[in-house]
Design a protein around this ligand. Structure first.
Ligand SMILES: Nc1ncnc2c1ncn2[C@@H]1O[C@H](COP(=O)(O)OP(=O)(O)OP(=O)(O)O)[C@@H](O)[C@H]1O
Length: 788
């Protein structure tokens, strides 16, 4: 009993009320007061939250922590209604619809395939569902998305998105790639044993580990790239899946996972996806034209043509049965005069029919009945049925009519008749609560991220043999070429120009080599980093710092090689300290040029664009590099450029390191002239010194150069940081459809309130009977096909 000022509430109420009616009123008042102070009860909660009691909540928390521990997947049902995606063209003032009023659903434990001809909108729909449509002012996106029965977005659940292009750090092995991804995304994995066990489990699950193939295992092979062959395309795709599975996503989106793979690899990948669906994930993939055995793995399909829905529902025989209803009933003459004899022949002679007859048979069945003949891949049949035939103007007209009619026919249907196994509201409500807890991303600390990324950057930089070999060869080759041109320079007056030319060439060559290497590699790496950052694996700060530090030893090796070959060949000052300064200056310059390359790579979208922009920008710094123009003679607006030109600072530093030699030279020339009494006709020491001053290098120190190059390096790194932050992918938001469209044309079945079997039971049912119960086809309304 609640205590109230030392007395029991009942006694207080009795005291206040006096008689029984008064007591009753007082009791009601106290109850209301208690309710107000103790927060909203079930009646005050929103409708859809009221169904789960406190006990359930406690059970949920307990279940949830267990689920977290064993990596269990929270079941997610996604429903989408009236998804419309349009692209406006300002110049022609036209609007093109990429998706038109598309509705459907994807369920846990089932593999949904989005199929359709090329350009039908498969990838667009997949991106919309995953919330991955790139933001554009020309694009308009509307529709409703429900997650476990509640309006929501993709942020409500954990999802994996496997893109068409598999991007990895090429020098890491499969195991290292997974291991690092696990450490970055799973900070709670502390011990090496725990991590290895987790990674081995994933390798086994995705058929990448030894446990699956005893003799052939790719777990310890390098991922590879275009330069050095690594694992196969199918293995790369499965590695992408494995990396995405680390976060225990509820939903897996895969964009054309079989593209570019041979039939065997494609089947293996699809088998993996089916297995993941059977493990409780909701799997949605877009696929172009699967082979028959792959088609047999789908549980549900969505057929799209020109952005519109032609069919959405269970896969396998259901779509074939659905389409066979059309055509047959509309043309009795065609049916009885043309089709039936053909079918009769087929039935009587079956395998005995020759190839031509079978082809005629196929055409008849396909054209007039929309019935998939025996021994024909259903996926091919469906693709033909919903594709426009461009072979002649007549066939374009006919096929367009057929498609329009099929689209119209499906829009008249209710998805209720096509979808099976609904989840109930109670289950959904529970799962929604679990999701809210599971979607919080845990990131490791700054230093942890830094060390992991440093390890990865070091492995990538140090193991990239082919790139490093090419860079080494180029450094030595260019040093030999310049060394031959400036071979053993003399100490005459004319050699001053040669020496200055050599120093300028050394500065330009070093900067260009570092810049082109970086702009050639960074845009691709940036795509990987963008993807990983989108998952919340790490921050930009640790990434950029780890990259800078990891690349110091490898990056320093090439300017050192260049200097080591060029210096003696050109017979620069034969002293170890001067040689050290020469190498130090070109090395620091090379780091600054790499940093500039990062900025260019972060600024433009592709490697090709970076290759065009980088050298052009460097040319400006070369022009203001201290040798070609004197900044004082240029328009005032350009006078700041030499101060930020890394070429100019390198040239100045190299000049300073050789300064004494040049001065010695000047003094010797001066004394020679003096001896020969030609001082008047030549020059004097102060004039020569002034000439040096005019190059702005008089009195310059190497320390100034190093400080300036460090500032330039820092500037480019900060700019890269800001650009990467600013250019990170932005996704288009789904807007609610206009009010009149809010009521979907395709009615999805309402969620049931009675109890339905839990996921385990659904899974076991699927294993026993992989085909869901067929929809009552007599409910499908036949239509007249005008196109025939
Ligand atoms: N951002 C965009 N700008 C212009 N057109 C676009 C854009 N996105 C998609 N489209 C167009 O929308 C249509 C559908 O594209 P989508 O990539 O979804 O087709 P798809 O069915 O996946 O094709 P495929 O099987 O060839 O990959 C195409 O005609 C495509 O050119």
């Amino acid at each position: 009993m609640v205590r109230f000022g030392g007395q029991k509430v009942g006694q207080v109420v009795a005291g206040i009320g006096g008689n029984s009616v008064g007591q009753l009123l007082a009791a009601v008042a106290v109850t209301l007061l208690l309710r107000v102070f103790s927060g909203p009860g079930p009646a005050l909660l929103p409708d859809n939250e009221s169904v789960v009691s406190d006990d359930d909540e406690q059970n949920d928390v307990a279940e949830d922590s267990e689920a977290q521990a064993d990596g269990e997947v929270v079941p997610v049902t996604i429903r989408w209604r009236n998804i419309t995606c349009s692209l406006s063209d300002k110049s022609s003032k036209s609007v093109r619809f990429l998706l038109k009023d598309v509705s459907g659903e994807a369920k846990p434990g089932r593999l949904l395939a989005i199929m359709g001809p090329s350009g039908s909108g498969k990838t667009t729909l997949l991106n919309v569902l995953a919330g991955q449509i790139m933001s554009s002012p020309r694009l308009h996106l509307s529709g409703l998305l429900e997650v476990n029965g509640r309006p929501s977005s993709n942020k409500a659940y954990k999802f994996a998105f496997v893109r068409q292009e598999d991007l990895f750090f090429s020098q890491l092995t499969v195991r290292e790639t997974l291991s690092l991804a696990a450490e970055l995304q799973f900070p709670e994995i502390s011990s090496v044993e725990e991590r290895d066990e987790y990674v081995n489990g994933l390798l086994f699950k995705l058929r990448l580990g030894k446990a699956y193939l005893i003799f052939v295992s790719c777990a310890d092979s390098n991922v590879g790239d275009a330069k050095v062959r690594g694992i196969s395309g199918g293995e790369k795709k499965r590695l992408s899946l494995a990396c995405e599975l680390i976060a225990s996503p509820s939903v897996i989106f895969a964009d054309e996972p079989t593209t570019g793979l041979d039939a065997f690899q494609a089947e293996k990948v699809m088998e993996t996806l089916r297995q993941l669906a059977q493990d409780g994930h909701t799997v949605i993939c877009s696929i172009h034209q699967p082979r028959g055995s792959v088609y047999g793995k789908f549980d549900d399909i969505v057929l799209l043509t020109e952005g519109a829905l032609v069919y959405a529902g269970p896969a396998r025989n259901e779509p074939l049965a659905y389409f066979s209803k059309f055509g047959l009933l509309t043309k009795p003459f065609v049916c009885y005069v043309l089709i039936m004899p053909s079918l009769y022949l087929n039935a009587c002679y079956g395998d005995g029919l020759n190839k031509n007859n079978r082809h005629v048979n196929y055409l008849l069945l396909k054209k007039f009945m929309y019935r998939c003949p025996d021994h024909v891949n259903p996926a091919e049949f469906l693709a033909d049925l919903i594709s426009i035939d461009y072979s002649s103007s007549e066939s374009v007209y006919t096929s367009q009519k057929r498609i329009d009619a099929l689209v119209e026919a499906f829009s008249q249907q209710s998805l209720t008749i096509l979808y099976a196994t609904p989840l109930n509201r109670r289950e959904d409500s529970k799962n929604f609560k679990k999701l809210r807890k599971k979607t919080t991303v845990k990131k490791g600390g700054w230093w942890r991220q830094f060390w992991l990324l440093l390890r990865r950057a070091w492995m990538q930089a140090s193991r990239d043999g082919p790139t490093n070999k090419v860079r080494a060869r180029m450094s030595v080759a260019s040093a030999i070429i310049f060394g031959s041109v400036f071979w053993k320079m003399g100490r005459s007056q004319t050699s001053i120009q040669d020496r200055m030319g050599l120093l300028q060439v050394a500065a330009i060559n070093t900067a260009m080599a570092a810049l082109t290497k970086t702009v050639g590699v960074f845009p691709k790496e940036r795509a990987i980093v963008d993807r990983e950052r989108a998952k919340g694996s790490y921050g930009l700060g640790p990434y950029l710092l780890s990259k800078l530090i990891a690349e110091i030893p490898v990056g320093a090796a090439f300017p050192l090689m260049f200097g080591a070959v060029l210096y003696p060949m050109a017979r620069l000052h034969p002293s170890l300290s001067r040689f050290g300064r020469f190498c130090g200056i070109v090395t620091v310059e090379s780091f600054a040029a790499s940093a500039m390359g990062l900025t260019v790579g972060a600024m433009v979208p592709t490697t090709e664009a970076a290759m065009a922009v980088g050298p052009s920008l460097m040319t400006v710094f070369i022009v203001f590099g201290g040798y070609y123009v004197n900044a004082e003679n240029t328009p005032i607006i350009f006078r700041w450029i030499p101060r930020v030109s890394l070429i100019r600072w390198a040239f100045q530093g190299l000049f300073a390191s050789m300064n004494l030699v040049v001065f010695n030279l000047i003094i010797r020339i001066h004394s020679t002239f003096k001896q020969e009494n030609r001082l008047g006709e030549a020059t004097n020491l102060s004039v020569l010194s002034k000439a040096l001053e005019r190059l702005s290098f008089g009195g310059s120190r190497i320390r100034d150069t190093v400080m300036a190059q460090s500032r330039i390096l820092l500037f480019w790194y900060c700019t890269t940081y800001l650009l990467l932050e600013k250019n990170k992918p932005k996704y288009q938001q789904l807007e609610p459809p206009p009010l009149e469209e809010n009521q979907p044309k395709l009615q999805l079945e309402p969620l049931e309130t009675d109890s339905t079997p839990p996921l385990e039971q659904v899974k076991s049912n699927q294993q026993l009977d992989p085909t869901p119960p067929p929809p009552p086809l007599d409910q499908v309304i036949p239509f007249i096909l005008e196109g025939l």
